[in-house]
Design a protein around this ligand. Structure first.
Ligand code: KIV
Length: 284
């Protein structure tokens, strides 16, 4: 049965009706087709693609061109989930007008419906300008991977009373700037739950506990496809990486032992044509 297209209004209603929102990152066409079939509310084309698709050590190297390339592929594969494109490092930090223009490229060129921006109060002016331009924005606070060196590494945020209060101020500022939802990453569950209650817009947690209005995971993490970084908050729902290695090993063994290709993988030739062919080449 085909599902109806998920909209921002549906996402907001999920919060009002206390129905948890599901979000997953996706970076290519085939994965988008599969994720869309699995009834996910929101697909995020995250800049985490720099690590899991492109092999960078972090997300700061990711460019606008790389993001748009992957967003286009996902947009071709997904027709139901709400599509969010992640604005990469330095595509919105230097200048508000540049941020608005780059946000627009995600919609005009890459088939996204919304953008996501990392940062707290310092990004509020840019978010307000992008929303005023007619582009829905998802915020992202807590552990913000684009500024991981400033944060001193991939570490949990909001552990002290002062930093928890600062996160709450950030969340309220982003809501006031017009965000339709906010990702809360690597924040103590009690703090994230409290922030979620204080906001009228939905929060989407990653390492932020069950009190958020929804949850997001990285596709490669939850499927067991990437093992260079395994945060505590990841639950693996599959061991697809291992399944791929086993399948490729079996293929390789079967090629070497001539078990593959078998009869059923081979195109037959009409007997008369075969005899004529052999006769024609007999004297060569
Ligand atoms: O880039 C990403 O995948 C993200 C999620 C972890 C929220 O920002």
């Amino acid at each position: 049965m085909s599902r109806k297209k998920v909209t921002i209004l549906d996402i907001q209603k999920r919060k009002q009706n206390k129905v948890p929102i599901t979000m997953l990152t996706t970076y290519d066409f085939t994965a988008a087709v599969l994720v869309d079939q699995a009834d996910i509310d929101i697909i995020l084309v995250g800049d985490s693609l720099g690590m899991v698709m492109l092999g960078y050590s972090g997300t700061t190297q990711v460019t606008m061109d790389e993001m748009l390339h992957h967003c286009k592929a996902v947009a071709r594969g997904a027709s139901q989930a709400l599509l969010v494109g992640d604005m990469p490092f330095m595509s919105y930090q230097a200048d508000v007008a540049e941020g608005v223009r780059n946000a627009g490229r995600f919609l005009k060129e890459a088939g996204m419906e919304c953008v996501k921006i990392e940062g707290g109060r310092e990004t509020a002016a840019t978010i307000r300008a992008i929303v005023q331009a007619g582009i829905p924005v998802m915020g992202h606070i807590g552990l913000t991977p684009q500024t991981v060196s400033q944060l001193g590494g991939f570490r949990i945020q909001g552990k002290t009373a002062a930093s928890a209060q600062s996160l709450l101020e950030d969340a309220l500022a982003l809501q006031e700037a017009g965000c339709f939802s906010i990702v809360l990453e690597a924040i103590p569950a009690r703090v994230a739950g409290y922030i979620s209650q204080q906001l009228t817009i939905p929060t989407i947690g990653i390492g932020a506990g069950v009190g958020c209005d929804g949850q997001v995971l990285v596709y490669h993490d939850m499927l067991g496809l990437y093992d260079r970084l395994q945060p505590r908050f990841v639950k693996q729902y599959g061991a697809i990486g291992k399944a791929i290695v086993t399948a490729v090993q079996t293929y390789s063994e079967e090629v070497r032992s001539r078990q593959f290709p078998a009869e059923e993988h081979t195109y037959p030739m009409n007997e008369t044509e075969e005899a004529a062919f052999l006769a024609a080449v007999a004297g060569r």
